[in-house]
Design a protein around this ligand. Sequence first.
Ligand code: C2E
Ligand code: CA
Ligand code: CA
Ligand code: CA
Length: 275
Amino acid sequence: RAKASSEQVVIYDPAMDEVSRARSLMAVELRAALELGQLEVHFQAQSDIPTRDLVGFEALARWRHPERGMIPPSDFIPIAEATGLIRELGVWVLNAACREAVSWAEPLRVAVNVAPQQLAQPDFAETVLDALLVTGLEPSRLELEVTEASLISDKRRAEEVMASVKAAGVRIAMDDYGTGYASLSTLQTFPFDKIKIDQSFIKPLGRDRQAAAIVRSTLILGEALGIPVLAEGVETETQLAFLDRARCREAQGYLFGKPCGAAETAERVREQWAR
Ligand code: C2E
Ligand code: CA
Ligand code: CA
Ligand code: CA
């Protein structure tokens, strides 16, 4: 027994140290990356299902590391959140996304992810209105994607902030719908402009009756509430056909395009809008 516990100390301690050392090193690097211009915003198409027309793009952060190449947000957003750097990073992404969207054809929207800590900032609404003012983007062309987690810690503050940006004409989408603990009650508390069904329900469509039932009932719910629904992670024509039959309004996923850089996105806008 004594041996086992001393072994545990030997096995776990250095490993934990290494993980936390790597994390704090990354936090320092991430802060520098923001200043050095190593962060980029990529954009992924969102399309109307019946017509397949482009309706907008979701802005997704990327870190172009000089040695390690492109680092995905799943590797650095959690660190940004743990260190509070997400507030600065979030403001940067918001401004960069709005600046890019101004150059696209008029009705196209840009959707920007908002972390829980950003919504908890008393001046978040001001930050959003500033970004619109500075870039000249029409408020109705900006959509903020918030998750249920944003509404858990300080629900009243978050709702106040969302209400004031919404009053200015900015749209609010509920992201990752269905993955939280209280998706239904979250929908009850705030008038969202869009529901994004999480990709975990879309992926198994066509081979999983449960997923199909959940997606169908979400679409009925959206219709009853008068909130359009977007399906995330659409990769196949089979999934798209199911969604079309079930009268889902919009889709986003590799079938319509992977996220790509600003120049390529602008090119795609020009091509599709010239048709
Ligand atoms: P999310 O908001 O749910 O974004 C959708 C993610 O799904 C993106 O991953 C996108 O590339 C991926 N995706 C889209 N279509 C498909 C598909 O058909 N198949 C598969 N397998 N994946 C698909 P990404 O870009 O790696 O971002 C991961 C997460 O990081 C995002 O999930 C979001 O939660 C977070 N994130 C990204 N950028 C930001 C940001 O600027 N701010 C904040 N707070 N979070 C961000
Ligand atoms: Ca999102
Ligand atoms: Ca999502
Ligand atoms: Ca997600």
